[in-house]
Write a protein that binds this ligand. Structure first.
Ligand code: AMP
Length: 187
């Protein structure tokens, strides 16, 4: 089972992805966490990524495609995984399709976490205070929401014809949303 959790920043992707991955004992691949760790460690990847992340823009595909490929090729992602934070562009979606396809696999579920923009902004501002993420400032939040609408939301149209997209109402308690995801997946 390869599950993509898709949603705007602040939609709860990270939280729900973790609950799901723990429950089904799947590895969760989170490009945002990998990039934040690279920035912290001061690696070449981190240096390349930091300015885009701080501005709320996507790290270019020229930087991210290799990272995604490496993660997908790891043994722990051989039979399934939860994808959190990627694919985020058409080129990334293409790479995921190709890599899984070459192994006779495919993305089996796309869970679209549906949260109103008002609620997203409220949550992101709360998170800024709690976690101190440098990309949760008001201007960056605005950019990240725009980038999501422009580059990532169109991926839904890419997956709908395959019948794998499920809309999950993203409001309600964490447990209620996790329960809805369980119902959708049937496990
Ligand atoms: P996230 O934690 O998923 O919201 O990611 C935080 C930031 O990391 C984003 O605003 C981007 O700058 C960068 N990022 C994470 N994942 C990707 C990706 N798949 N493609 C491009 N940039 C990414």
């Amino acid at each position: 089972m390869f599950v993509l959790i898709l949603g705007a920043p602040g939609s709860g992707k990270g939280t729900q992805g973790k609950i799901l991955a723990d429950r089904l004992r799947l590895v969760k691949i989170t490009t945002g966490d990998i990039l934040r760790a690279a920035v912290k460690a001061g690696t070449g990847l981190g240096l390349d990524a930091k300015k885009y992340m701080d501005a709320g823009k996507l790290v270019p595909d020229s930087v991210i495609l290799d990272l995604i490929k490496r993660e997908l090729d790891k043994p722990e992602a051989k039979d399934g995984a939860v994808f959190d934070g990627f694919p985020r562009t058409a080129a990334q979606a293409e790479l995921v399709d190709q890599t899984l396809g070459a192994r006779g696999q495919r993305l089996t579920h796309v869970l679209l976490l549906d949260v109103t923009e008002e609620e997203l902004v409220r949550r992101l501002h709360g998170r800024a205070a709690l976690e101190g993420r440098t990309d949760d400032t008001p201007e960056t939040v605005r950019t990240r929401l725009q980038v999501y609408q422009q580059d990532t939301a169109p991926l839904v149209a890419h997956y709908v014809p395959r019948g794998v997209v499920h809309r999950v109402p993203g409001t309600g308690s964490v447990d209620e949303i996790a329960g809805e995801i369980k119902r959708i997946l049937g496990r």
